[in-house]
Design a protein around this ligand. Structure first.
Ligand code: MN
Length: 508
């Protein structure tokens, strides 16, 4: 993270620009940043392009906290001794009109838009709300959080994450909890309950007249209405008898906002959201509820002249229809994929850090791995991989596949990859974040050379139901078979880093 305080010292004034026609997250991010810059005793001002802010919740937010934002015209330029910070958007993204400026910095949670020349960029496309990123900055400088600041940021996160349902990362969750210590829930509820206008309800109702169905999926395009209405409408449609998956979307000036619900046996709302936004937007969520935003320009570049309706519906239907599903207790992968698809692969001998889950927890926990959410018991171990990814393993399998190393001079593969934010483990009762500083013991193990498995590269998106959780693999990832009751999925890049292919069947 850059030293913002240091960076701005040389400038006489800091302008903060959220994306055009700012939404709650953009306003919250700009406001939070303004408060931080003010705390450095620097002159600062929020500027924005677009039109008058009319949505009732946004105008209530601005009125309630007397947020000062200046609507600017096209000719607006800032001087060379002034800094411009663009928040919740990027130049080149189509939704932020450019201001002539020499010194620009970007803080955003949308996909990176290529090489825009600026002093510094902090772009984290997986984070649910830009306001979450701003909270990290506020915490970094120990800014005292008052009720106004907390409520505004909280509302920003709420509005950008389908009411805390879509695209919340661990960081969003943590910062949400942090803000709850200071926010005013009465004002929050007042804002939350003023997101719609009377006209929004009519727009929504008209859109719902065109609801269509494909097997157990329903789709509906709704006109531009309050963001929350998408979530509420998808909740409502998910109650239709015989429907497991709901996709509701709204076409906006700069892109497409969507909300997903899934009560399907093995397809989660989260994986649908991730599938839909791949390379063209940001999204995510939970098992049953998810949401996201697709950037218009990115969509137009990737989908050649297909209408958005056809694009998004086809993408969801294809995913739904083509997803291969196996259960380890019932399905034999050699029969399903054919013996010839498999080859032998050996795990490279690497040093890994591992933790005893019992050192941190007394109960079962849920661990977010790259392939899915897995359950683990406090008797299990947790191994940290090359890309800071983790996976739980039972004591018994651990003994078969790894040896414990006691020498101190070896370097585990994960060391360079544990980032500042660390790894979060969660039980139902508590979460614990492991970082470089607080990792309890230096347990190190080495993967044994005799770790030979049958492997195949997936030609279809595949899901495996194991006793410890559902694992998802995409085309290109690998299926590894230890035995017929024990097989799993590993991401393509991790496989390439950690396995060595021994021989292809049928080639000798
Ligand atoms: Mn945002």
């Amino acid at each position: 993270m850059i030293d913002l305080k240091e960076l701005i010292t040389e400038f006489d004034k800091v302008y903060i620009q959220p994306h055009d026609n700012p939404d709650a997250d953009a306003i919250a991010s700009a406001y939070g940043l303004k408060r931080l810059v003010e705390s450095f005793a620097k002159d600062t001002e929020i500027i924005y392009h677009g039109g008058e802010i009319k949505k009732p919740n946004l105008s209530n937010l601005i009125k309630e906290y007397k947020i000062k934002m200046s609507l600017i015209g096209t000719g607006f330029a800032i001087k060379d001794n002034e800094l411009l910070i663009v928040v919740d958007g990027q130049y080149g993204a189509g939704n932020v009109s450019e201001v002539a400026a020499q010194n620009i910095m970007i803080i955003d949670h949308h996909l990176e838009e290529g090489n825009f020349k600026c002093l510094y960029k902090d772009i984290q496309p997986r984070i649910g709300a830009c306001a979450t990123m701003i909270v990290t900055y506020l915490q970094e400088y120990g800014l005292e959080i008052d009720e106004a600041l907390a409520t505004i940021l909280y509302f920003g996160i709420y509005m950008d994450t389908d009411s805390f349902n879509g695209g919340m990362t661990v960081l969003d969750e943590d910062h949400k909890k942090f803000l709850e210590k200071y926010y005013d829930d009465e004002v929050f509820n007042y804002l939350r309950l003023s997101t719609l206008t009377f006209a929004d309800i009519k727009t929504c109702a008209e859109g719902m007249l065109n609801t269509q169905r494909y097997q157990s999926i329903v789709f509906s395009e709704i006109g531009d209405c309050g963001d929350n209405l998408l979530g509420h409408t998808s909740d409502l449609l998910s109650e239709i008898d015989g429907i497991d998956i709901v996709l509701i979307y709204s076409i906006r000036e700069n892109g497409f906002k969507f909300s997903i619900r899934s009560y399907h046996d093995y397809i989660t709302a989260q994986e649908i959201a991730i599938e839909l936004v791949e390379g063209i937007g940001s999204g995510g969520g939970h098992c049953h509820k998810a949401g996201g935003f697709i950037i218009k320009e990115q969509f137009e570049q990737s989908a050649q002249n297909i209408s958005f309706d056809i694009f998004i519906r086809t993408k969801l239907i294809d995913y739904y229809r083509d997803l291969r599903f196996l259960e380890t207790s019932q399905d034999n992968p050699f029969q399903i994929f054919g013996e010839n698809a498999f080859f032998k692969a050996k795990k490279k001998s690497n040093y890994f850090r591992y933790l005893n889950i019992g050192d941190y927890f007394e109960n079962d926990i849920r661990v977010k791995t790259l392939e899915g959410i897995e359950t683990a018991s406090c008797d299990d171990k947790l191994i940290i991989g090359m890309k800071n990814e983790v996976w739980p393993i039972s004591e018994e399998k651990f003994k078969q596949r790894y040896e414990v190393i006691t020498e101190q001079e070896v370097t585990p593969v994960s060391d360079q990859f544990i980032d500042d934010y660390g790894i979060t483990l969660q039980s139902l009762a508590k979460s614990y974040r492991i970082t470089k500083d607080n990792i309890k013991e230096h347990n190190i193990c080495r993967s044994l050379e005799n770790n030979v498995v049958d492997a195949m590269q997936l030609a279809e998106n595949t899901k495996i139901r194991t006793t410890w959780g559902d694992l998802s693999g995409r085309v290109g990832d690998y299926l590894l078979v230890i035995d017929l009751n024990d097989y799993y999925i590993i991401k393509e890049d991790i496989f390439n880093l950690s396995y060595q292919i021994l021989d292809r069947k049928g080639q000798g």
